[in-house]
Write a protein that binds this ligand. Structure first.
Ligand SMILES: [Zn+2]
Length: 309
């Protein structure tokens, strides 16, 4: 066990003029010697029914009603992370990008990253949890690739790059237009960053204290990133855990390519997080998406970190 009770320390980042926004869009924590900056890409609004595709509509609607949430579109947070370890600057995922007018509230990662003082040219590594459009889209924004270093390393699971050559959507419940977007974004990404790819089979160390590990489930090559330094730990969980997962880990999400396996993955990760006390940051947990997982009877409970101002 680590000293898991340590509160994540707020760190001051290089300040530049912030964009003219009324909402905070970044939150910095330190894990031992490693800096982790959570940046909000904004909010996606998929159909609320995609949050639970294997239950009766009344059951799903009751859960949404109990939380004062819309039964039409789900306000799904979208977060990405910048990690600084040693002399490496690592992006984990990149948000939605700009090609998706149906989601006007997301796609803000690149300008919010720059507002946080992170220069694209300083990024040494990218880690992709998987290749859905809301994770690779920021790197496809016009002009971004050109501003990246030519020797940029993009770490992604080999099973993921293979999957998107001929993706299977038969077990998903994605609106067809979104499945088409997913196909296009993944192929566009592979084309644009082909020479930068550093694929791994099961696990890779990206930097000191930064390890990416395949979980599968959500997509065949879906991976999580475990960060550890000085006895402290933080996991970036990608799309393994959603807001509904704590009350209903057995609810299938419409974006999961293997929903049965995805359920097993999230149960395994929640057990690990509860046992180790590791911090969790997840793509689609509400910003700043920093919290821990506690056991609650047979289930698990999300315990958000208290903001440190
Ligand atoms: Zn996602």
């Amino acid at each position: 066990m680590s000293n898991a009770q340590t509160i994540p320390r707020k760190v001051v980042t290089q300040e530049r003029p912030a964009p003219d926004e009324l909402v905070p869009s970044r939150y910095a924590v330190r894990v031992g010697d490693i800096d982790v900056l959570v940046i909000s890409d904004g909010i996606l609004t998929p159909p609320a029914e995609s949050m639970a595709t294997n239950v009766e509509p009344e059951v799903r609607d009751a859960w949404l009603d109990d939380r004062f949430l819309s039964k039409v579109a789900f306000d799904w947070a979208l977060n990405a992370v910048v990690v600084r370890s040693g002399d490496q600057t690592i992006l984990i995922d990149s948000g939605l990008g700009e090609e998706y007018p149906d989601f006007p509230r997301a796609g803000q990662f690149v300008h919010r990253m720059e507002a946080a003082g992170v220069d694209l040219a300083a990024v040494t590594d990218v880690v992709l949890t998987h290749m859905h459009f809301d994770h690779v889209g920021g790197l496809l924004v016009e002009g971004v690739k050109e501003r990246m270093r030519p020797d940029l390393r993009v770490h992604v699971c080999a099973a993921e790059t293979k999957f998107w050559q001929a993706p299977d959507f038969s077990l998903t419940a994605m609106p067809p237009a979104l499945a088409d977007l997913a196909r296009k974004a993944s192929l566009d990404f592979l084309k644009a960053y082909r020479s930068n790819l550093r694929t791994f089979d099961e696990e890779a160390q990206v930097a000191p204290g930064v390890v990416v590990t395949r979980t599968g489930g959500h997509t065949p090559g879906h991976s999580v990133v475990r960060i550890s330094s000085g006895g402290e730990r933080l996991m970036f969980g990608g799309d393994a855990l959603f807001p509904v997962s704590f009350d209903h880990p057995e609810w299938h999400n419409g974006f999961e390519h293997d929903p049965e396996e995805a359920t097993l993955v999230r149960l395994r990760l929640m057990r690990e997080l509860a046992e180790t006390g590791s911090w969790l940051v997840s793509t689609h947990m509400p910003f700043p998406s920093v919290g821990r997982v506690a056991t609650a009877g047979d289930l698990y409970r999300w315990v958000p970190a208290w903001w440190d101002y």
